[in-house]
Design a protein around this ligand. Structure first.
Ligand SMILES: Cc1cc2nc3c(=O)[nH]c(=O)nc-3n(C[C@H](O)[C@H](O)[C@H](O)COP(=O)(O)O)c2cc1C
Length: 126
């Protein structure tokens, strides 16, 4: 589980929180969205400026769906960008992404952070 468990009141708590935060005129709100589609829809309706939607584990084929549906102004990505230094080029070329190795996420060193290959370094990954 990510973060804290707000319990049954969680969705209404976020509705209230987002409504109040919106009054401050902040530039953007970044939400980690774990699948309550009614809630993200309500957050979208309550938030006036840019909304960044982070869906942990979002598969490649879902890239852009929150933009096209209007839920997000920006989609956030973690693992795919970490493991693919040429993330944009791979999307444009429609070639596979290198999967991220979770074993190196919290290792404390540079392995798994700066050593994933770009396509030109390892064309066999394409
Ligand atoms: C190396 C790494 C470390 C992360 N550390 C945390 C963390 O400490 N706390 C947290 O809530 N999420 C953490 N995340 C999760 C990111 O917020 C997650 O990547 C984000 O939800 C986007 O999902 P995606 O990586 O599937 O695109 C981490 C992700 C990565 C790749």
């Amino acid at each position: 589980m990510w973060g804290i468990d707000e319990g049954a009141d969680g969705p209404d708590l976020y509705r209230y929180l987002v409504t109040e935060l919106d009054k401050l005129g902040l530039v953007y709100l970044h939400v980690m969205h774990l699948g309550n589609e009614l809630l993200i829809d309500d957050i979208r309706k309550r938030w006036s400026t840019a909304l960044v939607v982070n869906r942990p584990g979002r598969p490649r084929e879902s890239i852009g769906t929150d933009l096209s549906s209007g839920f997000a102004d920006i989609e956030a990505y973690g693992q795919m960008v970490l493991a693919n230094p040429d993330f944009i080029a791979r999307l444009q070329a429609n070639v596979p992404m290198t999967p991220a190795d979770r074993n190196t996420f919290f290792g404390g060193g540079e392995v798994g952070y700066i050593d994933y290959p770009a396509l030109e370094q390892n064309p066999t990954t394409a």
